[in-house]
Write a protein that binds this ligand. Structure first.
Ligand SMILES: [Ca+2]
Length: 269
């Protein structure tokens, strides 16, 4: 489907959700309403390397960076946010499986899956700037500019110090009263955390203080069935604060989407 067709499909889904939710308010007085799942609104579909096993996506002052995984194929890349084109690609060592990626203190930090080693890179020239060690698996990584927050495949996020990755505190994520396992790629946007959930097509918004899920978006319609057959899961979120837009992609996805995550329509009591 063309980008225009995708956009049309997403908009009509939104209209249906708005319609179906219009009469849904006012049920129950005490229990908070379950998080309402909203559709992703696609603004554009750009080409994405279908061989990129995306594990991290990060926006840094007008530039878009991607971490890809798999042993022998892991890279750090810069992508053109206007065209999706790969501007630069640096290979990791064959024994390193690239994972979460974010910027803090003017450097990129790139996790590895089971190597317990984070690679540091200078910006904007992507020169290796050393490594830092941590314990456990590395999955997603994000930063609010002061500290790092990391996922490891569980439902508990760990906040880490930027200088040496020492654990600072943990955050158990809960949705409608239940734990949320398999938290994966992460992103900070507008004071909230956003996360992919492994083996799910949903993007969750998480309150970074309470761990409560405050929003959910369904990205299952972004790829056509024929495209999904070859692709793996959704696993890339980057936020451009200037233009207030998300970049979304996944492992082996043929597209990099520019998108919005619209709020649920307000319901009158
Ligand atoms: Ca990210």
């Amino acid at each position: 489907m063309s980008p225009a067709g995708r956009r049309g499909a997403a908009s009509s889904t939104l209209a249906l959700v708005a319609l179906s939710c219009a009469g849904g308010g006012g049920a129950g007085a005490a229990a908070p309403a379950p998080v309402r799942v909203m559709p992703v609104r696609v603004l554009a579909a750009l080409p994405h390397d279908p061989d990129a096993f995306t594990q991290g996506l990060a926006w840094v002052r007008g530039r878009l960076y991607e971490s890809t995984g798999l042993y022998g194929r892991s890279t750090l890349r810069e992508l053109d946010p206007a065209t999706g084109r790969i501007l630069r690609s640096v290979a990791l060592a064959p024994g390193e499986f690239g994972e979460g990626l974010t910027e803090i203190g003017g450097r990129l930090v790139q996790l590895t899956w089971r190597e317990e080693r984070a690679r540091l890179w200078t910006l904007p020239d992507l020169v290796p700037a050393g490594t830092l060690s941590y314990r456990g698996e590395g999955w997603g990584l994000a930063s609010d500019g002061r500290e790092l927050v990391q996922s490891d495949g569980s439902g508990v996020l760990v906040f880490r110090a930027a200088d040496d990755l020492r654990p600072l505190r943990h955050l158990a994520v809960r949705r409608d009263g239940r734990a949320v396992p398999y938290l994966n790629e992460l992103e900070w946007a507008d004071g909230s955390l956003f996360a992919n959930v492994w083996q799910s097509d949903e993007i969750l918004r998480i309150d970074p203080r309470s761990g409560e899920v405050t929003g959910a978006w369904d990205a299952s319609g972004l790829l056509e069935p024929s495209e999904r057959a070859r692709a793996d899961v959704l696993n890339g979120i980057a936020w451009d604060p200037e233009r207030r837009r998300f970049f979304l992609t996944g492992k082996l996805w043929p597209f990099l989407f520019v998108a919005e995550l619209p709020e649920p329509p307000s319901v009158s009591p």
